[in-house]
Ligand binder design. Sequence first.
Ligand code: HEM
Length: 413
Amino acid sequence: MAMTDMTSCPVHQSFDPLAEPYLADPYPDLTAVREEVPAFYAPSIDMWVITRYDDIESAFKDPGTFSAAVGQRPVFPLSDEARAIIAGGFHASPVMSDCDPPKHTRIRRHNLKGFSARRVSVLEPKVWAKATELVDDIRPGRVDLVPALTYPLPAYMIFTFIGFPDEDMDMLKSWCGNRIAFSWGRPSPEEQREIATNMVHYWRYCEEFVAKRAADPVDDFTSDLIRIHREDPEAISLEEITNVAYGLSFAGHETTTNFTGNAIRQLLSHREQWDALCADRTLVPAAVEETLRYDSSIIAWRRITTRPVTVGGVEIPADAKILLLLGAANRDPKYFSAPEDYDIMRGDVRAHLAFGKGIHYCIGAALARMEARIALDLLAQRAPGMRLVEDQELTFPANVSFRGPRHLLVDWP
Ligand code: HEM
């Protein structure tokens, strides 16, 4: 890749995470930039990009220098119209992924209680039941596994986890649309209008839902937070609980849809590994882990510097928007042998950074792993003979962070 000014601040004119070839397969570029330089400025997105495992891990572990505050902010400026729609009815404020200590510490602590092993484990039979119901509906022939399984399963599970009623699911899903593009992509003004309008609907729904649970708590995650609030209103406010419900319904959904799609794709593309997994389903957790390393659904994450900092000899100023290339770190040969090989039997997989590290480590990691594991296990039982449709052209949502196939066609036996 073309690089200029190799001294204090290398600049990559050609690095563009929204360009078609990168969206189709970012890994050649991720490998090239990691080998070339530990950090550089990318004019295409006005961000400083960090490429190597050690530096990315250090950034995760230094929230004082690498603030999370920029986590959800649109990468590109919004249209006036979209800003007006947001200002009129969307009042989200930072609570977790885009929040720094001390507020982050307080809110995350209470969320961790809600994400207790008990609450996640009681979901397991529900995930099995929902996945089974979805797979039961698949008929032999050509099937798109995204609408058939990988989209509805995590949607249903995260909505159920939060406590949203079943009858609202279709409405909620209709508001999800292309919301990744809003903060991480470059949507057109028309798309911005539509996404912003849906975000307002969604936000109002969350406000009303939390008010309802506050009046009458039941046995769900939101009610767990309400009980904490009732005991000590300073611990977490109703507005903060609304933000958590809103944020989780996003964080727990497309991430896992995309991830499960990536896992199915990789396994079916490495047929001998799929066959081995079908013959011995105890290999499923290893396949989940290797996909997290090799083809995760979040290939880059954001921070903003609070002070000037030097990364691998490259000077980065204060207030610099940062892109941490998780996809490059997860194939860094310093930590993974034969990193470009997909190998569910590898021994060094656990070092991956797919869920981040440190104070913002993904709170839904156990749930995401469980959903993917159950989906793969069920597919291996029901359709060991399924095949990826060879000549399909996979497309991926245009954004800097989230990656997974929009459609995934298989021939179902
Ligand atoms: C395979 C699927 C998933 C992947 C790859 C993933 C990855 C990540 C990453 C990279 C972060 C940022 C860590 C950081 O900033 O240091 C994160 C944070 C987060 N994730 Fe996930 N995630 C997944 C699924 C989920 C699910 C299912 C949920 C909810 C049920 C969830 C909820 C969250 C939340 C709330 C945060 C912010 C935590 C904090 O800031 O303290 N994620 N995730």
